[in-house]
Ligand binder design. Structure first.
Ligand SMILES: [Zn+2]
Length: 246
């Protein structure tokens, strides 16, 4: 009885279930990757710890201990320099996001994003993957972001294969993308107002007027959504997504 009561209480009206299903289907997501803990980064963190210890010992020897030790000043200088160098070194490499809204890098709270539809070429330059757009290029280190690079190549191969200029050998040497990689987050910062509709050329004045291709992220005015995407050629029409679900 209690069970049936609870299940009745938790049951959603059919319309709500449909709405939730649609919302789940339409929510854009991406994976956030932190720089990987390579051997170099581990050594750098250890170096920073040693610097901090030297700095503490120097402060104690010069300003706390009785009598003060002259050599402690050198410990303070060396410790401070080592700590600062390690912090700078460890901070190289920022989080990377890969998903429905293309490829993005974070610097503090600022997110620099390239939608799949805006990517013109993906290539390798030494130990870096270059994701080039018309107005910006995102450069990812193979060492710090092996998994993110693997995801970029895997997603690009499905969404915008024509921009790929990467040898299969490079792809084979990367880890295989795994569903447990990175942290899955909803895309919340996408702004498309001011862009031009890819079909009509009309300026998208408000976010609510925009519709996006679920595959490449191309932007269309809601009144001019074509049956197939102008950029990735995949079926569009009713598959086009709103920018914000609410
Ligand atoms: Zn598309």
């Amino acid at each position: 009885m209690a069970d049936s009561k609870r299940s009745k209480k938790n049951r959603r009206p059919a319309g709500d279930q449909d709405k939730k299903h649609r919302t789940d289907d339409q929510e854009r997501r991406e994976r956030r990757f932190l720089p990987e803990l390579t051997r170099t980064r581990t050594a750098c963190i250890a170096f920073g710890w040693l610097g901090a210890v030297a700095l503490g010992a120097g402060v104690w020897g010069r300003w706390v201990s009785e009598p003060a030790h002259d050599f402690a000043v050198y410990l303070v200088i060396a410790g401070a320099l080592a700590t600062a160098a390690a912090l700078w070194w460890a901070s190289t490499g920022s989080p990377v996001r890969v998903g429905d809204a293309g490829v993005a890098t974070e610097r503090g709270s600022e997110v620099t994003r390239l939608l799949w539809c805006d990517i013109q070429r993906i290539s390798v330059d030494g130990k870096r993957l270059l994701v080039q757009g018309k107005e910006r290029t995102i450069s990812l280190s193979f060492e710090l972001h092996r998994r993110a690079v693997a995801w970029v190549l895997s997603e690009a191969a499905q969404r915008v294969p024509e921009v790929m200029d990467v040898k299969q050998q490079v792809v084979r040497e990367l880890p295989k993308p795994n569903p447990s990689d990175g942290q899955v987050l909803p895309v919340t910062d996408l702004q498309v107002a001011g862009r031009h509709c890819a079909a009509s050329g009309k300026v998208i004045a408000f976010e609510r007027d925009a519709r996006l291709c679920p595959d490449c992220g191309q932007v269309y005015h809601h009144a001019h959504v074509p049956t197939s995407c102008k950029t990735c050629q995949k079926e569009l029409g009713g598959r086009a997504l709103r920018v914000h679900l609410s």
